[in-house]
Design a protein around this ligand. Sequence first.
Ligand code: GLN
Length: 250
Amino acid sequence: MLYNSVMDSEGLKISIAHLYPKLLNLYGDMGNIITLKKRCRWRGIEVEFEEINIGDKIKEHDLYFIGGGQDKQQEEVKDELFSHKAELLSQRDDGSVFLGICGGYQLFGHYYQPHGKDKLSGISLMDAYTIAGDKRFIGNVTVKTNFLTPNTLVGFENHSGLTYLEGDSKPLGTVVIGNGNNGKDGLEGGRYKNVFGTYLHGSLLPKNPHFADYLIELALEKRYGEKINLSPLDDKLETEAHLSVIGKNY
Ligand code: GLN
């Protein structure tokens, strides 16, 4: 991978927290953290990184990431995550960026209702809720977005939860191939302020470098209070990976 160190990013910094990676890190969701770190460091942007595990305090960060997990792991995390609800809502309102994948996304909403079990309370970072469906959605997903260039997101879904957006929550895009949030309304993912959730594993960001840079720019804007446009990297391999999934059958 050839890359150009971009002088205009030298000396910048963002802080990233990975929430509960020992429990919520399904299907290589750790790849999202690796991508964020690499795309910052390739540009000379310093990354302060912190893993947050059960029992840890949660400090202020520019970007928080939480991965996916089976119902069991979500049950193990939900009380701990809920205990930090007020701090995380405050961070959201201060402009911090959040990215949640699948099970983590579900806990960004008001609740996740698994089959035949008690409702898992979410932290209401976005106005949404999830109810377990009768079948698992498993396969490749192509999404058309209206806020990214190129206007596509690709990934792999594996969930039974059906997520419904409410209020001011907006989707990441519309489903071209796959099921997305619930297989009914044609929507995938959710966004409110700088909080993003999606069902796209893969992991998501290595094959969607434009979304990774979008999130990094939001995190920089939160930290420095102004829009900072990242200079492009040589994304030949990442773009080939993205294009290889677009339109791939379910
Ligand atoms: N347990 C949740 C579901 O089945 C989330 C799964 C996941 O994170 N891949 O919908």
